[in-house]
Design a protein. Structure first.
Length: 202
């Protein structure tokens, strides 16, 4: 009769809270997560501004920069939107669409390329794990997270506060996008390579 070994104990613990296992999976606190998000937003803003001013306007809407600045000054001075201009409206719609997809692509795919977290998260030594089995979050989970986070940042910004306040209600500090994406943000070094398949017994 074979007694259950450490491997069976480890497998039985995987679906539960991983914070008591003595590894690096310590849930990230809200301050560090918000600081990482702020850093990500600054980086995204710089990237977005560069792309819009160096590619979108010069290539797709030449001469529109001045019109947009005039519209902004008019709004600041009067609080009123300038009369609709079809070309100006098309430029604004294009900018909004680019902003949405830039945010989505960043949050969905950068964690896979940067060792398990966004660039802001990596600065604060944070990474995104699969909440059920540990290890790197799968791509589907990252996409779900990215959709929810992008919607809150771009469309439903007031919900962003509730998104993170939800983390205070559970010991693993999981937010709404963590729950739907089956992820948890923890402190730890970057994932160098997923060795789970190599180390598992055949």
């Amino acid at each position: 009769m074979t007694e259950p070994g450490p491997e069976s104990d480890r497998l039985s613990e995987e679906p539960t809270d991983r914070t008591g296992r003595g590894d690096t999976s310590i849930p990230a606190g809200l301050p560090s997560r918000l600081a990482a998000l702020l850093l990500d937003l600054i980086l995204l803003l710089l990237l977005f501004t560069f792309f819009v001013t160096q590619v979108v306007f010069p290539v797709w809407f030449p001469g529109m920069t001045g019109e947009l600045l005039d519209a902004w000054e008019h709004f600041q001075d009067t609080g009123e939107v300038m009369p609709e201009d079809e070309r100006l409206q098309r430029a604004l719609n294009t900018i909004n669409l680019i902003s949405f997809f830039l945010f989505f692509l960043y949050f969905a795919f950068v964690p896979r390329l940067a060792g398990g977290g966004t660039l802001g998260q990596r600065v604060f030594n944070l990474r995104i794990e699969n909440s059920d089995r540990g290890g790197p979050a799968n791509q589907a989970g990252l996409v779900v997270r990215a959709v929810i986070k992008t919607m809150c940042l771009q469309v439903l910004f007031p919900l962003l506060t509730l998104l993170f306040l939800l983390a205070l209600t559970n010991p693993r500090r999981r937010t709404l996008h963590d729950r739907f994406g089956h992820t948890v943000v923890v402190r730890g070094p970057a994932f160098r390579r997923d060795r789970s398949a190599d180390s598992s017994p055949s």
